[in-house]
Design a protein around this ligand. Structure first.
Ligand code: SF4
Length: 369
């Protein structure tokens, strides 16, 4: 029973409803699926592949039995809300939530996406992901937790267009909650210029120009070299952010990590794209040199970054090495030297570069519902 002292509060969202009672707050999609649950200090979020994460203390993926219990709680809570109905407008969403089929929804996700979406840049977690390609053309980075076993492959134009239609049909009004598009998977910029322009055009035709435009991971070592005119063409077609896993500005360390060691070529490629008007997101792997080579990594990376023509539109993401796990467990606290290296990067980049510096926070990089 709901006591009189407890008030149900709710508001409509573009794609569903947010409703709270006492220490519980739920966000329900227009299809009745619970996207997030706050219960006192605990906060749980669902990714579109059907996994649940507790994100109030880092990011911990719930085990299957925990998910069952959580969904039972959601249904119970919706039933209680239904009994205390403050407003008839809530009846339908709550009834849908009581009968929501999470398993069928996760299966639909698997049918639509040729591969799972394991990671997004932290500022792009509200993007709609489309996959004109799968996997990674490099796959040699020993620290990579996501793509080493996923060979690069292109989708046919027809398969990609079918995927877009299927995403639109599946998410329905949920598309309105997305404010940008992310091209999967690890390096969609490996596509030829013609294919990439086609991808941008088909995406725009179906979803319109979303406010934050289109973003993609980009590995210049495994992509065609593009002229300023070609970058401008892509920018005008909607490409608004390139996220590059540079990791370190030290060529030798890059080679040891499994990346190309020609940092000058990297600088040239990024400079051409940047000067053509596409903002960059540069990922730096804090701890890439280990404790012993921390100073060298720091020094050479700062030197490399400050040689780029970066402005406030550009981002530098600081991602501590030990946090790049699969999200199965809470991130461990950073060791002292790693925390010191991260603080040093942040302090010096903020001082010497015009780019915005941000942490790659575990809780923000999922493809959340
Ligand atoms: S290039 Fe990126 S996605 Fe590919 S293996 Fe290296 S870190 Fe992983």
């Amino acid at each position: 029973m709901v006591s009189r002292a407890q008030m149900v509060q709710w508001r409509s969202l573009a794609d569903g409803v947010k409703v709270s009672l006492g220490e519980h707050a739920l966000r329900l999609s227009d299809r009745g699926l619970c996207c997030s649950l706050r219960q006192g200090p605990q906060f749980y979020r669902r990714t579109l592949n059907g996994h649940w994460f507790q994100v109030d203390t880092g990011r911990r993926r719930l085990a299957d039995d925990e998910v069952e219990r959580l969904l039972a709680r959601v249904r119970e809570h919706c039933q209680r809300l239904l009994e205390s109905l403050p407003d008839d407008a809530l009846r339908e969403p709550l009834e849908r939530a009581i009968h929501a089929d999470y398993r069928a929804d996760a299966e639909r996700y698997q049918q639509i996406y040729p591969e799972d979406v394991p990671i997004l840049p932290p500022d792009r977690y509200r993007d709609l992901v489309v996959q004109p390609a799968t996997g990674c053309p490099n796959r040699r980075c020993h620290f990579c937790a996501f793509y080493r076993d996923r060979p690069f492959a292109l989708l046919s134009e027809e398969a990609f267009q079918q995927q877009l239609l299927a995403i639109k049909g599946w998410l329905g009004e949920g598309v309105r909650q997305r404010n940008g598009v992310f091209l999967g998977s690890a390096n969609a910029l490996a596509l030829s210029q013609r294919r990439l322009l086609g991808v941008l055009e088909h995406t725009r035709q179906l979803f319109g120009q979303l406010p934050r435009g289109v973003a993609s991971f980009w590995d210049p070592d495994f992509s065609p070299s593009r002229s300023a005119n070609q970058w401008r063409e892509l920018q005008q077609a909607g490409l608004k952010r390139l996220v590059v896993g540079v990791e370190t500005g030290d060529g030798g360390l890059r080679r040891e990590l499994g990346k190309g060691d020609d940092t000058e070529r990297l600088t040239e490629a990024l400079t051409v794209a940047s000067q053509a008007g596409i903002p960059l997101g540069i990922c730096i792997l804090v701890g890439a040199g280990g404790e012993q080579l921390s100073d060298r990594h720091l020094e050479n990376t700062l030197r490399w970054i400050t040689a780029l023509p970066l402005g406030r539109q550009d981002l530098v993401y600081l991602s501590p090495l030990q946090n790049l796990d699969t999200g199965q467990a809470s991130p461990r606290p950073l060791s002292d030297w790693l925390a010191a290296e991260q603080a040093s990067f942040k302090r010096q980049l903020t001082h010497y570069s015009n780019a915005q510096v941000t942490d790659y926070r575990m809780e923000d990089y999922g493809y959340y519902s």
